[in-house]
Design a protein around this ligand. Sequence first.
Ligand code: ARG
Length: 617
Amino acid sequence: MNAVQDPVARVEAAVTIAVGAVGGDAASGVNAALKPSAKPEFGDFQLNAAMALGKKLGRPPRDVAAELADALMSPENGLGDVIEMPEIAGPGFLNIRLRPTALATALAGMDDDRLGIEPEAETHGVTIDVCGVNVAKQMHVGHLRSTVIGDTVARLFERVGRTVHRQNHLGDWGLPIAMTLHSLLARKVDFESLDLDTLNVAYRDAQLEARGDVRGLEAAIANRCGAHRIAELEAQNESAGTAQAAARDALVRLQSGDETMVVAWRRLIEVTMTEVYRACDLLGTRIAPDSERGESSFRNELAEVVDAFVRSELAVEDDGALVVRFEDRERPMLIRKRDGGFLYATTDLAALRYRVQELDSDEVVYVVDARQRDHFRDVFDACRKIGWATLPDGVESKLVHLGFGTVLGADKKPLKTRSGANFKLMDLLQAAVDRGVEAVTSRAADPKAPTHGLPADELEAIGRAVGIAAIKYADLSGDSARDYVFDLDRMIAFEGDTGPYLQYAHARLCSMLEKAGDEAATDAAFRIETPEERRLALLLLRYPETMKTAAASLEASRLCRFLYSVATEFSSFYSACPVLRAEDPPIRAARIRLVRLTRDVLRDGLGTLGIGAPERM
Ligand code: ARG
């Protein structure tokens, strides 16, 4: 383990101890962070803590720096073969330089299948709420974000050795579904040949039919509108009333297991999910039928959930309904309506109890639109109050809503088609794939391209990977809480901070290794000599730490940023240091091994993001 452990992390830990030992009480609030040095002559890192400490202690900073250096090098830190004796510079900076052998040893320690990432010794699982589509409705860009970010967060946890449960909380139950079923059955639609577009229209029509315009009628009367307008609104409200009654009747039949209704309902789900999985597969996510646990699967627990809240006196009656109140907010959470119906929140209470208690999760992450923030705040607090967030061994499960922002069009408004309709997810993905295939095919026309002469189906597969990488990387590389502009031109560029750029960097490394032939399997000792080799080595050594932090903070963007710096740092290394053309055989072998390790880190990192890494581009 020590051989693998990132030497930078070891120095950081020792610095914290040294600053505490030298500064005593004065150490609190002093910045003990290592800063990468501006120039290679100043070593690899600079520590500036002596200046602040000197001021607080009323002592010359250079004296404090000397004491820090001694404390750092004290035998119990074991840094003797990791760094050279730190140098004191200027008013009291400490310049810290890692020993080249320490870098070489640490790199060798991470050069295996795990790439230095030790599995976490955690017995509980983690649940990720992903996708969350609604049955009978087209998947839209919002579900894209939940699917992409959710699946990647799951992969981050898996990569650090956690057991992960992806849970797809389908909207597959309740009045809107019953309404849609009713309207399809009434129109004697052929359920066999049903497709999602027809379903989507039926869903919308059923909603419209049942939506009266009570406010409109009141306003029309108050504003003394013409008798014709008032009569029209009255008629609309009357038929809405009829439609609502029919829908409620349909819901009762569905709930009581009426054969025709249930068969039709299953078909509805099947039609929707076939399409959803097409998108999930194209996106390369590990979301499959075994992740499905829709709202309907909790339907028989809802009465009991409400009872539990009533029994523990956490739910009270309010105008015939049952609500849970919170000390710190006005708005109560409704868990049973006056007519006895249950709500979205009631189902989420049951689902959360299941995730913590049955799936044994010490962390539950909801990757859902940021606009549902208040809902999850209520659900989490209610679960904590009633004790469902506590595991049998007393561990408090961490409940997190990872809310994401809206996908915007070029006009900075929520992404819409030219006719103002919501973008279908599949159309969006297809556009990206088309662009990817186009880019890859046109590059392959160049006789010098590594893809030149590949069969069309292989080029297409590479192009598909490029298009999907463009979309996913754009979604993952920013702060997920923020809105982002969907700009395919920028996302698909082979230059800049994009998915295709990283894929391209990876493919270039693959072709270098291919040229190296048998030599690529070298286990020659790493030799870290030039400044560019040092910078690349120091960066690669941060891989395990980066992965752990990305998983712990649920921030895939950290991994994106890291991989992007690996790709750019590799470019600087490659322009400064010949690899296959290096004359000295041990140097050539050491560099080939460094190229291979860089390639492995890029490939593993892209895989953890859920992005394909073609070997040729
Ligand atoms: N079906 C919901 C929607 O489209 C998302 C479900 C999110 N997950 C949850 N456990 N509530 O808004």
